[in-house]
Design a protein around this ligand. Sequence first.
Ligand code: KG4
Ligand code: ZN
Length: 309
Amino acid sequence: MFGGVVPEIASRIHLTSIVPVVDRAITSAGLAPADLDAVAVTYAPGLVGALLVGVSYAKALAFGLGRPLIAVHHLEAHLFATALEHTDAVPPFTALLVSGGHTMLLDVAAWGAYRLLGATRDDAAGEAFDKVAKLLGLPYPGGRHVEVLATGGDPSRFKFTRPMLRANQHLGDPDYFDVSFSGIKTAVLQAVQARAPDVDEDQRHADIARGFQDAVVDTLVEKTMRGASAHGRRRIVLGGGVACNHALAAAMRARAATIGATVYAPSPRLATDNAAMVARAGLFHLERGDLAGLDLNAYASRPIPGLMS
Ligand code: KG4
Ligand code: ZN
């Protein structure tokens, strides 16, 4: 256990897993490789070593089958995930992408037309959950464990400051849509260390988890509502691993109802990283004739294609 992802080990595991994983996916769908219309692959953003394994394999597969190759941006794939199971989760909508590596608020006018409203200034939401989990002695990845622990926590015990959330913020302020999670992580550390000998440690940890989750949820909900209101959107789509969090989805639904908006959250297997969302985003690009060449490269960081300023 390393308490995170070790890039070189991850790349090597990609190398040994990719052939059996793709074979099993094709077989369990009752298909043969020749039935594939195209090969879609994630080329950015992420750990380059792991991405290169996928990109190289996809090129060989596409070339061998004589099929088009399609380059998919990981975060655009997350935007498409919810549409796989909710037919109404289609643009225009406000999207909150909350994963282990990214936290972004986007206005999606149409597929392929994205406006970045805000992002994290430091840690991603999932990363904050993972770090807090570690401080509380929970396993990695810790988001789910923090959520479970928080259910038994007292919400009035730890009132952490809501990051980047002030009453006097206005549209146009640089931090109006942005979030920041590193400060709250430090506040959690201080709370964990300020142990009193006469209290039940397990209960205190549950109270801290609850206080932390409430602060993160409040912030994400408020920023998302600001995004929906600013663009007059009536649909809100959640994506990324943190979208599995029930407290986040419930609070988002309650607030959205007050402005007559509907929240679409993917089920856990589509919220966390998966190949179905990459295929769905790939189909969009295939239909647009947006094909990649065999010189496709992998990138650690790259803006979402179709990003408008
Ligand atoms: O999207 P994802 O599967 O991978 C990335 O692209 O990063 O997201 C993983 C993140 C991890 O940080 C994990 O702790 C978090 O999603 N996560 C959760 C929950 N389930 C997963 N965070 C909060 N509550 C959850 N229930
Ligand atoms: Zn992801």
